[in-house]
Design a protein around this ligand. Structure first.
Ligand code: G1P
Length: 289
């Protein structure tokens, strides 16, 4: 089976200051939920959608991400010698043979839009996915797989969305709807982190996008916006004037692992479902309630 989307961009250069002190010297994308780093959840999600080329937009303090998706000869040797085949399988499965990883640096913290633009030489002239690893998304099929399927029908850019409380609009890109048909909404506008009183609605962008390559031209012309950064949201607002963009209500759960509360919720939920420790953990949790 061939899929319409071959490349995924992971912007990971951010400093993770919302998660200090943990992120002072470590990459926030390497924080584990149960036993797997956040970035691995996002890469597995893209892989499940048929994507094989993973493009990381990285920064000076993120070398551990490159190491994570590389072969660890010493570790593999040790595990092999010790006959620990299950663990060896886990270590090797992180980067399957048919997966290609590329890394490009974002030399300055100029925002999400700028990060995506840094990936242009690797993406080229084709549609691509963007996954923000902070948002841990759980769904069957994976949220990105659901979006790729939509893309195959629509051939237009698609943003994953969910309804949020009005008081939270200032945390998200908020879209304005033209017409809704089931899970899909034809959108007429998008604005980055509006105050509740200015928000055009409560349909908020989660950290998953499929974008047509026309976005790069818009990003090049996008001035600094909210927070003095080049916003992906602003470039999408410009793209919308030229081509259709859809918002897609995904089926699944999003954990905002950029926040401490979301991270804890993910840890508890995924811990309860973990094949090894889930049953015992759930029993322990209920014994405390
Ligand atoms: C980014 C985007 C925002 C989107 C959010 C989803 O914001 O700029 O439009 O709604 O991700 O998590 P951030 O959370 O990086 O501030």
């Amino acid at each position: 089976m061939t899929f319409a989307i071959h490349k995924a961009v992971f912007p990971i250069a951010g400093l993770g200051s919302r998660f200090l002190p943990a992120t002072k010297a470590s990459a926030k994308e390497m924080l584990p939920v149960v036993d797997k780093p956040l970035i691995q959840y996002a890469v597995e999600e893209a892989y499940e959608a048929g994507i094989r080329h993973m493009i990381f937009v990285t920064g000076r303090t993120k070398r551990s991400v490159e190491d994570h998706f590389d072969t660890a000869y010493e570790l593999e040797n040790e595990l092999e010698q010790a006959g620990k085949t299950e663990l060896l399988k886990i270590a090797r499965s992180i980067a399957p043979d048919d997966m290609v990883c590329s890394y490009v640096r974002q030399p300055r913290a100029l925002g999400l839009g700028h990060a995506v633009l840094c990936a242009e030489p690797l993406v080229g002239n084709e549609a691509f996915a963007v996954l923000l690893a902070d948002d841990l998304m759980v769904g069957k099929p994976s949220i990105t797989a659901q979006m790729v399927k939509q893309y195959e029908e629509l051939q237009a850019s698609i943003l994953a969305v969910q309804d949020v409380p009005l008081a939270h609009t200032n945390r998200y890109g908020i879209v304005s709807a033209v017409h809704t048909n089931g899970d899909l909404t034809d959108i007429s506008g998008i604005v980055e982190k509006p105050a509740p009183k200015d928000a055009p609605g409560t349909l908020a962008v989660a950290g998953r996008y499929i974008l047509n390559p026309g976005i790069f031209q818009e990003l090049k012309n996008t001035p600094k916006g909210a927070g003095g950064e080049i916003q992906l949201t602003d470039a999408i607002a410009q793209l919308l004037k030229k081509e259709k963009v859809f918002a897609y209500r995904y089926q699944g759960t999003r954990y905002d692992c950029g926040s401490k509360l979301g991270f804890l919720q993910a840890t508890v939920d995924l811990g309860e479902h973990h094949p090894q420790v889930g049953a015992e953990f759930t029993a322990w949790l209920s014994s405390r309630r």
